[in-house]
Ligand binder design. Structure first.
Ligand code: SAM
Ligand code: SF4
Length: 333
């Protein structure tokens, strides 16, 4: 296939959304995401700025219209702003949306630059507004920085969507308050079920909270109406009459969302994972570092379309190994 034919997989799904991890490193250690003593990759294994840019341009030429930068924490990579600026120049020229998912700790410093590059919306992860629980969940005392970051992003004109992992016995009771706070401050909030990716200390199943139960709790308090709103991702939304805002639900475990999958993920080392919950992958770094990078990149992308599985097979049960040994911080959330 040519370097410009659209990316369509074996199940006739058109792939238009790239989630690109720019680093596996992070300044937090969220307990459901990684262990305290997480082993990070040697820097030479991580794609250079030029490689990330070249790969993104090749993807845009094949019909990727939305790129989300993620990690690890994308804003701990020092040259990430240069990448954001370079990709920002493709907006309106093949790329329709450039965005990022961040933990917010560095946002106060970068919000203006991010907005100036043409980014309109970002996702910030916020699991709690309680500083003690924040420190317990992330193993770092940074809630104040995150809230400052969110405020700075708003001031810079960025639309901020909040992502909250629902955790039984941890932030469970606080979820209605988080929704209320988000809506009062003009943010949408999306709830996420914890996914079995990578070894952590302790058992994820202890804190697995099905969103069906969370929704029941919200409905006991407020009037939720299913919304047709779609963000190009797996979330399903409901409008909350009393708060005037919208809540998203990402339910990989209770409700499979694979039929409409439009995405691929690339790790910071250039491995393209065809599915978040699968092992199918192709090595884009080898293609990029080969003698014929353009042809080899095109061939690798064709191969990715051939192997993308129909659906993931997540299960979360006591004693069961993670569905995939790699952490979310490697593949990018
Ligand atoms: N560091 C950034 C952040 O936290 O937003 C970006 C990367 S992080 C891996 C992306 C998202 O994945 C975050 O919202 C985080 O809460 C979520 N996440 C991490 N590990 C997860 C897991 N095992 N199950 C579900 N969500 C997870
Ligand atoms: Fe870092 Fe994000 Fe993982 Fe938390 S969820 S440890 S902020 S990568």
């Amino acid at each position: 296939m040519s370097c410009s034919s659209p990316l369509v997989d074996a199940f006739n799904r058109r792939i238009s959304y790239l989630r690109l991890s720019v680093t596996d490193r992070c300044d937090l250690r969220c307990t459901y995401c990684m262990p305290e003593k997480m082993q990070f990759l040697p820097r030479k294994e991580v794609l250079s700025l030029e490689e990330l840019h070249k790969l993104s341009l090749a993807m845009i030429a094949r019909g990727i219209t939305k790129i989300r930068l993620t990690g690890g924490e994308p804003l701990v990579r020092r040259d990430v702003i240069e990448l954001i600026r370079a990709l920002g120049r493709k907006l309106g020229d093949g790329l329709e949306e450039l965005t990022l998912t961040t933990n917010g700790t560095q946002l106060a410093q970068y919000a203006d630059d991010i907005a100036a590059a043409g980014v309109k919306r970002i996702n910030v992860s916020l699991d709690t507004m309680d500083p003690v629980l924040f420190e317990r969940l992330s193993r770092r005392d940074r809630l104040g920085q995150v809230l400052q970051g969110i405020a700075a992003a708003r001031e810079a004109g960025l639309k901020v969507k909040l992502n909250t992992v629902a955790l039984k016995g941890l932030n469970e009771a606080e979820i209605p308050f988080l929704v209320e706070w988000a809506h009062a401050n003009g943010h949408e909030l999306t709830l996420i079920e914890v996914m079995p990716l990578g070894e952590i200390e302790g058992e994820r199943v202890d804190h697995y909270l099905p969103l069906t139960a969370v929704r029941d709790g919200l409905e006991a308090r407020w009037t939720l109406t299913d919304s047709d709103h779609r963000s190009g991702g797996p979330a399903r939304y409901a409008d909350v009459a009393e708060t005037g805002g919208r809540v998203g639900f990402i339910t990989p475990l209770t409700n499979n969302f694979c039929a409409s999958c439009n995405r691929i993920r690339v790790t910071a080392t250039g491995e393209l994972y065809a599915c978040l919950g699968g092992a199918e992958k192709v090595d884009l770094r080898a293609a990029l570092r080969s003698d014929a990078p353009d042809a080899n990149l095109a061939a690798a992308l064709d191969e990715a379309m051939r192997i993308k599985p129909e659906r993931h097979h997540f299960r979360i049960e006591r004693g069961l190994e993670p569905a995939q040994p790699r952490h979310m911080s490697l593949t990018g959330g």
